[in-house]
Structures are given as C-alpha cells and as structure tokens.
Design a protein around this ligand. Sequence first.
Ligand SMILES: Cc1ncc(C[n+]2csc(CCOP(=O)(O)OP(=O)(O)O)c2C)c(N)n1
Ligand code: SF4
Ligand SMILES: [Mg+2]
Length: 308
Amino acid sequence: MVRDMLMYKTNVWPDWCPGCGNYGILTSVIKALAELDADPSKTVIVSGIGCSGKIPHFINVNGVHTLHGRAIPFATGIKLSNPELTVIVHGGDGDLLGIGAGHFVALGRRNIDITVILHDNKVYGLTKGQASPTLPYGVRTKALNYPNIHYNVNPVALALTSGYTFVARGYAFNGEHLKELIKKAIVHRGSAFIDVLQPCVTFNNIYTAEYYRSRIHDLQKAGWNPVVERLDEAVEKLQGAIKFSLEEERIPIGIFYVNPHVPLFEERLREVLKEYPRVNPANSPIERNNAPVLSSDIFEELFSDFII
Ligand SMILES: Cc1ncc(C[n+]2csc(CCOP(=O)(O)OP(=O)(O)O)c2C)c(N)n1
Ligand code: SF4
Ligand SMILES: [Mg+2]
C-alpha cells in the first residue's frame, strides 16, 4: 500500500472524466510497478496524444508525453540507447492503431523488450468522440452522425500476426486481473502487448461497463495455456490464440500467447554491432571538440533550466 502511494505523483491530479476507464488502468499500472518493486529512476512511461496520453503525468516514474502516433519510435530509441531501462508505452486506439499503426507492427516484428498498453475505448476521446480504428462497422456511438462505415482493426489479432511474443487482453475495471497481466508483460523479455478494454463514459455509449460485464470471460479460467513450451508447438499455439482473438459475442480476456523462444532485437543487433549492448550508448562518451563527453552532460547543459 505504501509503495503504491509512492508511485502516485503528488503535484498533479488525474483530470479524466469521472467514471473513465483510464482510472482503472492507472491504478493497475501503479500497483503492478509497486509490486514489482520497480525503480522509478529506471522505469520510463512513454505516451502519445489522447486522453490515454496523459498517464505519464500521474505516475512517479520517468515519463515522456510525445506526439500523436509516435510513442513507439520514442520508446524504441529510449530502450536501445539504454537497455537497462524498463520501458512501457501507453496509447489510445487512434494513437497506436490509426496514425501509429506502422510503428505498432514494426515493434512486433523487432521483438524489442518493451511493453505496449492500448487504452481501447473505440473512440477518439480527446477530440470528442470520432470513430477510432477499433470501432466495428455499423456501430453508431453518440458523437457520430451515422453508423461507422469503416471495418475495424482487431488489436489482438494484429499483435499476434505482427510478431509480439506476449499478447493479452484486460479490462479496465477488472483491476486485480489487469495488474497481474501488466506484471507479466513487463517481466516478459520481448515485445509485449495488452489490449485494455476501456469504457469512455463521455463519448462511447455502446461499449460501456454494462456491455463488458456480461460478455467478458477469462481464457485461463477456461483452461487455455498460452505458453509456447516447445518451439515445434509455436504455430499451433499461435493458431489457437488467433481463433480466440476472433471471438466477439463472448469476449475473452487473459493471456492469448507467450513465446519465450524468439531472440530479442537487442540480441540480433549485437550480432552485427559487436559492442552493443556491452557499450550502453546512453552512458558512453561521444566526441565534442575532439574531447569525450557524456550525452547526459550535454543534456544537462542544454536543459538545466527545465530540469526539476
Ligand atoms: C499528428 C496529429 N494528428 C492529429 C491530432 C489530433 N488528435 C489528438 S488526440 C487524437 C485522437 C485521440 O484518440 P485515441 O488515440 O484513441 O486516444 P483517446 O483520447 O481515446 O485516449 C487526435 C486525432 C494530433 N494531436 N496530432
Ligand atoms: S473523454 Fe472518454 S476517454 Fe477521455 S477522459 Fe473522458 S471518459 Fe475518459
Ligand atoms: Mg481512443
């Protein structure tokens, strides 16, 4: 409990709408970090733009609130330049699967040790409720003039087929379950993805807490073992996970797929760049005026007025 409290920023108060699913996600992330005993100085939360993008402001670890759709490239740079850091990306469905979809796929293909948490509210919350890429065809939420004419992206199926080696789905108001998923995703070595079903009480009058309450069911309680224990069962496990991801009437939550056998991008990079990551780029001197200097010293010189 005390560790949970230390993870909350004390000078900023979350300003999402009362009842928003983002509060559930925030609480679960904070509890997961506290229970993992995460070192705040070695943990970074990277977000894009959206209601979801505000989350780094409310957690007492390093945070970067970046550009719409660009949280994953920022996170990739952070992780590769300092592999010691635990890096977590938060983004909305527009952020990660609309403008940022290419980066989302690229992270799965690379299998970099980063956790991605999708705030899946099926609308563009921050910009007043337009249809997001996860809103199904034909659904008319309250801000739309007519039913959605686009077909939707299935985030779990996309993550599975992009190569993410840990893929799960949680529900914002099932806090204990979501916290456990987040802990497992962070501990997993490789690109991890959690699709979090997140009610937006202001703009999404269809995918509400009531809607989810009667439909979600737990894959692990139903007996699904998502872990690829032996390499030769990877395809079979992936096929099973994809099949579950296509279920719509009853919505599966839990872990769909875990494959610990795929080498990390960092390991494959080391095969061609022999010094990496023995030489941690963020802590290695670079040259300035023919003399070695640390990038952190340059950063301090440039931004000392802004560092608090
Ligand atoms: C490059 C760019 N394009 C568009 C916008 C406008 N914009 C801000 S947030 C947003 C969508 C937010 O929806 P989502 O990513 O689902 O996040 P949510 O607010 O639902 O958490 C858009 C289109 C922007 N800020 N930057
Ligand atoms: S608009 Fe929706 S997603 Fe944004 S804070 Fe309000 S309830 Fe949450
Ligand atoms: Mg959204």
